[in-house]
Design a protein around this ligand. Structure first.
Ligand code: CMP
Length: 139
């Protein structure tokens, strides 16, 4: 059965360019309830931990540098079929391949600076939600 939460990060590019409000509007209009949310800046060690699955990839160093260059907005989003529906809403990792109307098509520059993160499975959504938020911060 599909889980009902996903974890998003509005990434440093989109926050710095002032797209946070527009992206949150799209998320809410798509039917998501915000369970938890914060504006924060990832220390290098935490960015490396979050993206540890990519540590052997050639882009890992650049990815960590990008994700720590400025503040992000992290949020836990709740809705039926949350993970799969959110990945449709944000579009392909590479914005050039993303469908029209998706968040990445509208706001992302390239495959690395791609405006938003969305969990790729229910299992990772639970891990990523706990990475950013304690139970006390979830509503
Ligand atoms: P995200 O969905 O947060 O998950 C992994 C991130 O790595 C991805 O978004 C991009 O920001 C980045 N990424 C994935 N593939 C590449 C790539 N080929 N080159 C550079 N960055 C990438």
């Amino acid at each position: 059965m599909a889980g009902n939460i996903t974890l998003t990060m509005i990434k440093p590019d989109a926050v710095a360019e002032g797209h946070t409000g527009k992206i949150l509007d799209m998320i809410i209009a798509a039917g998501y309830k915000i369970q938890a949310m914060k504006l924060t800046r990832l220390p290098k060690r935490k960015a490396e931990e979050f993206y540890a699955v990519h540590k052997e990839r050639p882009f890992f160093g650049e990815l960590v540098a990008f994700m720590t260059e400025g503040p992000i907005v992290a949020a836990i989003l709740e809705k039926e079929n949350a993970v799969e529906d959110f990945r449709k809403l944000i579009g392909a990792t590479n914005p050039q391949k993303a469908e029209d109307g998706t968040i990445r098509k509208l706001f992302a520059a390239n495959i690395e600076r791609n405006a938003v993160h969305g969990s790729d499975s229910d299992e990772n959504a639970a891990i990523e939600a706990s990475f950013h938020f304690s139970g006390l911060d979830r509503f």
